[in-house]
Write a protein that binds this ligand. Structure first.
Ligand code: TYD
Length: 167
């Protein structure tokens, strides 16, 4: 769906939902914006997402959200081995930078009826949080520190290995 037609917001970087057939993670889609249902109402708009929804590429195992992020702060700066995510700007705006070891893509999230799908294996950094912004993340796995790659050099080494496999 087009979402809330009269939503008065800045633009959101458009992408297409291509499958990356040349990737070792070809079972996952590339990062892309997912439009969620938006029920417009004079009493206020409503958006929802639930397991089994064809728009959602995974079943939700966990939800977390960050808020009160001070101006100039960054969150994230890690990658996941397995966990898939849908990142939603419930309020305000922020940028999500995704790095696959070769190229970086930046998405600006500022619409509560859209989510950014993030497959595993990407180094993500969230920054440029507006005052009062709330970042909600739906994930496919319960919290497990073993799923995190927090060391940048380790991430680069892993992504170099994956890119070598492709050759
Ligand atoms: P962290 O991964 O640094 O947050 P982000 O990368 O999204 O900025 O997490 C901060 C702390 O919170 C860290 O000690 C792990 C803990 N945490 C949980 O206990 N459960 C969770 O679901 C998440 C996301 C983090």
């Amino acid at each position: 769906p087009p979402g809330c037609a009269s939503w008065h917001s800045r633009s959101c970087t458009p992408t297409t939902a291509n499958i990356s057939h040349d990737s070792p993670m070809e079972k996952y889609s590339e990062p892309h914006i997912i439009d969620l249902p938006c029920i417009r109402d004079p009493r206020g708009n409503l958006t929802f997402v639930q397991n089994g929804d064809s728009r959602l590429p995974f079943d939700i195992a966990r939800v977390y959200w960050t808020y009160d992020v001070p101006a100039g702060e960054e969150r994230g700066s890690h990658a996941h081995h397995q966990g898939q995510e849908l990142i939603v700007a419930l309020s305000g705006s922020f940028n999500v930078e995704l790095f696959d070891g070769v190229a970086t893509r930046t998405f600006t999230l500022n619409r509560p009826f859209q989510g950014l799908y993030v497959p595993p294996g990407l180094w993500r950094t969230l920054d440029n949080f507006s005052s009062g912004s709330v970042c909600m993340v739906l994930t496919s796995v319960p919290y497990d520190e073993a799923d995190y790659i927090r060391d940048y050099d380790e991430f680069i080494a892993l992504s170099l290995g994956k890119n070598k496999d492709k050759e």
